[in-house]
Structure formats: structure tokens, C-alpha cells
Design a protein around this ligand. Sequence first.
Ligand code: SF4
Length: 140
Amino acid sequence: MGGIRLRAHHLLCIHGFRGQGYSPLFVANMARLVDRLCANPRTQINLVSGADDVCSACPHMSDGVCWRPDQKVDDLDLSVRTKLGLDDGFTGSWSSILDTIRDRIDPLRLEDVCGGCRWLDLDYCTNGLAKLAGLPLDDE
Ligand code: SF4
């Protein structure tokens, strides 16, 4: 089985996934990707710019372009990629990316990286990334 292609901001979104998304197909695809990464942290990730294996099942994607009106996804990608210090085209294991996220992302200051994302206020990502970092956050 080949690697998973991910755009930079999805490296963080994955930690906030709670079975919600833009369509049933999107949710099913995302759940499958998340399950795969949980089951095998050695899965290879190819960092891409533009559409990835999450976008491929998204109703906002057309002709390889994200048409979601309320979000500047390319800006989010650049912000996350810069914060993580990963070059476009990076290839590495999911576990190595988790280490980088633990080192470089402060879950309690996500607005510095993901400002403008409409999912941010739900705190799903904050709580998911706090769990990754081993912080004692209660999200119930
Ligand atoms: S909203 Fe845009 S960036 Fe997000 S998954 Fe859909 S197509 Fe990809």
C-alpha cells in the first residue's frame, strides 16, 4: 500500500476529527485515513501543496482546486508548513510527523497557526493536539 498524500494543514486537522465533515463521503474517507494512521504510525506521508487524499473526497474540490469560499486553505498550508519546518515535498513516517507536531505546536495557541479556520472555535483540534502532547485537558 502506498503512502498518504497530505497538504500541510491536514497534518493538524486529523487530530480534531470527530466524525464530522463536509459530506458523508468526506467523513467516510477521513475516517478511513485516520484509522489507517492510528493502526500504522509508520505509514509514509507525502507532503503536497494543493489537493490531497482528504480533498479527493471533498465536495468543495473541483478540478484540483478548493472552492470553499470562507477559508484560505493555501494560507493555512503555508502557516502550518512553516511552523512545522517541513518543506514542500517532504516524505516521512506519520510517527516522525507526530514528533515534530509535539515539538513545535502549542495546542493552547493554535490561533497563531490556524487563525481564520472555522473549525478552530470548536476546540476539537485544541483538545486532540493537547492529547497528543500529553496535556491534561478535559474536553468532555
Ligand atoms: S475544504 Fe478544501 S482543503 Fe479542506 S478538504 Fe475540502 S477541498 Fe480540501
